[in-house]
Design a protein around this ligand. Sequence first.
Ligand SMILES: C[S@@+](CC[C@H](N)C(=O)[O-])C[C@H]1O[C@@H](n2cnc3c(N)ncnc32)[C@H](O)[C@@H]1O
Length: 478
Amino acid sequence: MDLGYSGQPHPHWQNLLAWLNTHGMDTSPEAMPVQALASPSAGYGLFARRCIDPAAPLFSTPPSALLNVATLSPFYPEARQSLTAMQLLSLHLFLYRPLGSRESTDPTFGPYISTLPREFDSHPLTWLCSGREDNPGSAFLSSLPPSVLYSLRKLVDRFNTDWRTVQRYIQDHDFAHPISEVIGAVEKSLRSYLPACREDFLWAWLNVNTRCLYYRLERSQSDKNNVTLCPILDFANHTTSSHHMSPQAANADRAAAPPRTDPREFTVLSPSDTTTKPGDEVYLTYGAHSNKTLFVEYGFVNEISNEILLRGDVHGESDVDDSIGCLFKARGKLGTWLQEVLTREGYWGDWTLHLQPLPAHPSYRLITALRLYHLFPASAEEVPLDADRALLPWKATLLGRADRISQENEEAWKDTLLQICSKLAEDATTAIASLDAVSANREIAWFSWMKKNIRMLWEEELFVTRMVAQSILGGEEF
Ligand SMILES: C[S@@+](CC[C@H](N)C(=O)[O-])C[C@H]1O[C@@H](n2cnc3c(N)ncnc32)[C@H](O)[C@@H]1O
């Protein structure tokens, strides 16, 4: 690198380049404008080695060096019928997890697998799933906002489903070389219920879940097997800024073209709206995810402050599923029926408060649920006799025939939401105070960083709920 930032190079970077070269990629210093260096707060990242023009091709990874259903299926019998891409990729990494700091023994993708993070101790899924009681992150579980813990539990369910499917797949199939060389030992460990097996699979699954990218392979654009692991690009960290790289393939893949049968390179373009200077980190954007999603899926959050949220650089969001779900549950048979109605109409759950666009507001889904909740008097607990008829005023708002049920109904749901906001803000204030009281674990490098992440999750909740309350009190119409 000529100038600027100079973190430690990734220890397996040169091996990765040499391997990619055997796949036909020009990885000479003249052809490779980026390199993987230690990043100050995100493990490793991709950094510019020289000045890079806007929207310039940065590198093209050959199709044979990508890990996806097309490149892995030939090694696994009935893979496409038995496993999702997520399961197949996780299985492959699981079988070839490098030992300690050694190289992966995979004869096909080893030099790439060796570049993957060696552990996920700081990832919240590890705190819930790892069998290790000494994981320092477990202490944070009781400090998480309930909505985050709820989403984390759903992630655990996804992980467990994949782990069960992969174990069954291993038991039900015979494997040829080279998989046959490693599968025997794994089968033996599985028969002995060794906890290390689940730990290894968790490591593999987290690598896939935090590093997979969209890559069109199947006929349908939305097929969940349209994903790939992509060497080099998967060193890219996330940014919310508009200066980010873009996979060129993604643009082509969105076209309504028939699926291609010929494998193609994964080409990445430099940020289109700026010249990248030597030493600059080059980022990707993982999507317009809420901080809750980033935390649960990727193990970090976008940096926030009240100013950042008000500017809209990060979209402040608060999930109120827990609080609203409890309201319906407390209304006996009527509550159960209302839940069925909302489920049938597609409005049960995923209820959120949003800061942007200002004024801060509840989502339409949430307003719809609260209007239904207040369609019947607060004291009612029984399903009305003429149930379908009773629903008509609410259905009229869904169909756009009326913009409200009544003035009283509007006032009632806003009042309920105010109470919820006030309770959530109170909980957030208490949680921030208890989190501040947790003393730093000086032996764990990521402890203070993670504490700050969790604090920001609560601060976002506090700010968004206060702002929504302010909008209601200020008479905003939503
Ligand atoms: C695709 S990988 C990026 C490369 C990764 N940093 C590494 O060391 O290999 C995604 C992971 O990087 C980390 N990461 C990405 N963007 C980040 C950010 N803006 N802040 C902190 N961590 C980030 C998270 O651990 C995430 O799960």
